[in-house]
Design a protein. Structure first.
Length: 126
């Protein structure tokens, strides 16, 4: 039982690291856009909010698709799970909240760092 718990924790960490790396890479690729907006006078909190909200729309859509897929595939997993239902709202909500928080950090941190830099440097691609 403990081994299965550790496998579940490792799966959650792998999912979180995958989500974090994809979103962080997307934010790094948008450094030129951030530099242009900064050069035109956009403030740092507004830039971070715009970048994060754009990324989190896709995260929420992915979580919704995942929850619906799990609800549809629940009969396949009913015999495998022990002491929990495949449609347990607490488990689904905690997994969705965990991945949302990781995604929020992954979206805001690179945007915050990129918006702090010199816009000329971001436009050159350094």
């Amino acid at each position: 039982m403990i081994l299965l718990l550790w496998f579940g924790i490792c799966a959650a960490i792998l999912a979180a690291s995958g989500v974090h790396s994809v979103i962080a890479e997307t934010m790094v690729l948008r450094q030129t856009e951030i530099a242009i907006k900064t050069a035109l006078g956009a403030r740092r909190p507004r830039l971070v909010r715009d970048m994060a909200s754009g990324a989190l729309v896709f995260v929420l859509a992915g979580e919704a698709i995942g929850i619906v897929s799990m609800a549809l595939a629940a009969p396949l997993f009913a015999n495998v799970l022990y002491a929990v239902s495949p449609r347990d709202p607490a488990v689904l909500a905690s997994a969705a909240a965990f991945l949302f928080i990781v995604s929020l950090i992954a979206a805001t941190r690179p945007a915050w760092i990129a918006s702090a830099g010199n816009p000329a440097r971001g436009l050159r691609g350094d």
